[in-house]
Design a protein around this ligand. Structure first.
Ligand code: EPU
Length: 418
């Protein structure tokens, strides 16, 4: 298994290009199931999760080419197996995004229940509630969700809480339903908006995406299209923190500053200087960061996917910061690893109190999930001495060529075989 070896203490300087968004790419690829015409996605990130969903779609009969390159082409002309097996769903929960499109276009789907996950229980009850409201019959059978519906029918669906992939699943399903669907308390994330843009360019009638009320007028069929995936706001945020934690100066190019307001505000509060261009952000930091407190929230609040990275920064800040995780139940797995590097953090329930220390000291640590891994990389960049991170396959799920990008910015980081 690969490990990352980081010799910390270097300031990062230069430019880094932000890749296409993982969490946009996955639903966009699932949307190929809605049409028998070709879909072309540009600015695709080269990530393990993208390969996994490509594998899943191929398993069903979709022709997928170019995964692993910046342009992915998908053609779901004949889908002979509308099924997502456990072996694939257990490695990537986002596989559940095929459920809505399959039922909507083929009238049936069989998708494994995802089960637990390192960051919390993460049920899919709201996806299922929504499909039932659209008229699907749902059965749970031997760990699988079996859904059936001759033709889905538009209706009003109010979510108890905002769910990103739940909103995406139902938006896709409702696009091919008969009549109008209104999703209330829908997720407002930019990835939901990007999916709505794709659906509309395939001929769907989706209004209000990006707000909490989304209206979808169903159409009988959708066409193919060409679409460019939005930049990855979490990758961008992670590199912004890399600049801040190393006292460096890094320009992020090909990003969308408008998607990064919550993290930019916190970095400025922490003392970094930020210069925004139309598609770029320059982050300049000198000296020790100041402590800032956050609680995670759905967009446009501070993203749970940036919580671990901000905690790495707060570990070396001047003062005490309070970080509250309100989206997931168990997303502090990085804390014990940060402690191994000398951080001073105590957890009470869903709150972590971080007392900044002057310096972290390199040590062997273990990655536990994608964003936890990113926080360990950031801590390793700032730490004195050598940090060795094992189980980095988590990182490859969501960060394209992370060590190559960091090396180009002056980091001393290498991937080695354990
Ligand atoms: N929830 C339910 N029932 C449901 C669905 C969600 O109770 O049916 C709960 C979850 O357990 C959680 C909260 O609602 O407590 C929000 O979860 P959400 O459904 O929004 O998360 P998700 O759609 O499974 C996506 C991203 C995650 C990101 C979250 C929150 C994708 C593929 N994944 O997950 O990304 O953390 O939204 O923003 O879009 C990551 O990239 O590292 C990652 C985990």
């Amino acid at each position: 298994m690969d490990q990352l070896v980081i010799r910390g203490g270097r300031s990062l300087r230069g430019q880094v290009r932000i890749s296409g968004s993982k969490n946009a790419a996955l639903p966009l690829m699932a949307a190929s199931l809605l049409s028998d015409a070709p879909l072309e996605l540009g600015n695709a990130p080269r990530l393990v999760d993208v390969r996994t969903i490509a594998r899943l779609l191929r398993h069903m009969g979709v022709e997928v080419t170019g995964d692993g390159t910046p342009t992915i082409r998908l053609l779901a002309k004949s889908v002979h197996r509308p099924e997502a097996p456990y072996e694939l769903v257990k490695t990537m929960r986002a596989s559940v995004l095929v459920l809505g499109p399959l039922v909507a276009r083929f009238g049936r789907a069989r998708v494994s229940l995802p089960g637990g996950c390192a960051i919390g229980p993460r049920p899919i009850n709201l996806h299922l509630m929504g499909l039932e409201r659209l008229g699907a019959t749902i059965r749970l059978n031997q760990g699988y969700v079996e859904a059936e519906a001759p033709r889905l029918k538009g209706t009003r669906i109010a979510f108890d809480l905002q769910t990103v992939t739940g909103t995406e699943n139902l938006m896709m399903a409702a696009s091919l339903a008969e009549g109008t669907t209104v999703l209330e308390n829908a997720a407002c994330e930019p990835e939901v908006e990007d999916l709505a843009r794709l659906l509309n360019s395939m001929g769907a009638k989706v209004e209000g995406a990006g707000s909490a009320t989304i209206t979808i007028h169903g159409v009988p069929a959708l066409a193919g299209t060409v679409h460019r995936i939005i930049p990855d706001r979490i990758e961008a945020g992670t590199f912004a923190v890399a600049a801040a934690i190393t006292g460096g100066e890094v320009t992020l190019t090909d990003c969308q500053p408008g998607h990064l307001e919550a993290i930019i505000a916190r970095l400025e509060e922490a003392g970094a200087r930020i210069h925004e261009g139309p598609t770029s952000i320059r982050v300049t930091a000198t000296g020790r960061p100041r402590a800032v407190s956050v609680h995670t929230q759905p967009f446009p609040g501070f993203a749970t996917d940036m919580q671990a990275q901000l905690m790495a920064l707060m570990s070396v800040a001047e003062g005490r910061s309070v970080i509250t995780e309100s989206v997931f139940e168990n997303r502090f797995m990085h804390v014990n690893e940060l402690l191994r590097l000398g951080a001073d953090i105590t957890i009470a329930g869903n709150t972590a109190v971080v007392q900044g220390v002057r310096a972290l000291l390199g040590a062997p640590v273990m990655a536990t999930d994608l964003r936890a891994s990113a926080s360990l990389v950031l801590a390793g960049l700032a730490a004195q001495g050598t940090t060795v991170i094992s189980r980095i396959y988590h990182l490859d799920r969501g960060y394209e060529a992370i060590e190559r990008k960091l090396t180009a910015l002056g980091a001393d980081i290498a991937r080695v075989k354990a």
